[in-house]
Design a protein around this ligand. Structure first.
Ligand SMILES: Nc1ncnc2c1ncn2[C@@H]1O[C@H](COP(=O)(O)OP(=O)(O)OP(=O)(O)O)[C@@H](O)[C@H]1O
Ligand SMILES: Nc1nc2c(c(=O)[nH]1)N[C@H]1C(S)=C(S)[C@@H](COP(=O)(O)O)O[C@H]1N2
Length: 178
């Protein structure tokens, strides 16, 4: 699909990257995006260990070389010493969007009290929006569905492609002019 919008799907996991378990996070992101997006898109997949330099390199490449208007990560957002996804995200972003993390934690807190352990965040790098999700595959749809209504308009504001959604899965909110 030559005109499909590239979307970065980044799994950050020591064990999945070593092949010790199958990556369930990347496929869960793709399944969720497939339900939500009406605009043709294609995943740009990356699987990296919890190493800050490798995460930053993946995010920079997806934003600057692959031209992804949206990059979604899973894993490495907690308080463990090797969890460095938020640090890597902050390092590559021009600006942070704290509302994403606030909303995702609030929604997740309805399911698990440990939701407050995630330092997941979002920010912009040039024309790209980067959104962190926790590593638990079950967290992915819960978090992504919560914030997605604001994502198409955010990408409009960043000068990216117009993303349309399937209204049965997600109603994108675009404030009316004036
Ligand atoms: N990509 C993944 N695929 C399948 N399961 C995952 C994945 N990432 C995390 N998990 C599961 O969610 C749990 C919590 O995720 P977390 O990101 O804290 O992993 P972790 O304990 O740091 O280990 P690792 O980095 O090796 O995945 C993991 O212990 C694992 O059971
Ligand atoms: N929706 C949701 N959010 C969640 C969880 C979950 O199971 N569901 N797990 C929490 C836990 S136990 C941790 S440690 C943090 C960080 O997870 P990560 O290091 O895998 O990103 O996410 C939290 N957020």
């Amino acid at each position: 699909m030559p005109h499909a919008v590239p979307i970065g799907v980044v799994t950050i996991s020591d064990r999945a990257s070593r092949g010790e378990y199958a990556d369930l996070g990347g496929p869960a992101i793709e399944l969720c995006l497939g339900r939500i997006l009406a605009t043709p898109w294609r995943p740009e997949r990356r699987l990296v260990p919890d190493e800050r330099e490798q995460i930053e390199a993946a995010l920079r490449g997806l934003a600057d070389l692959d031209g992804c208007p949206l990059i979604v990560t899973t894993g490495g957002t907690g308080p463990a010493p090797r969890d460095v996804t938020p640090e890597a995200t902050e390092a590559v972003c021009d600006r942070l969007l704290p509302g994403f993390g606030e909303l995702m934690r609030a929604v997740s807190l309805r399911s698990v009290p440990t939701a407050i352990l995630s330092r997941q965040m979002a920010g912009t790098r040039g024309h790209s929006l980067i959104v962190n999700l926790p590593g638990k595959p079950a967290a992915i749809a819960e978090c992504l569905e919560a914030v997605f209504p604001a994502i198409p308009y955010c990408i409009d504001l960043l000068g990216g492609p117009r993303l349309e959604t399937n209204p049965d899965a997600c109603i994108a909110f675009r404030p009316k002019a004036g």
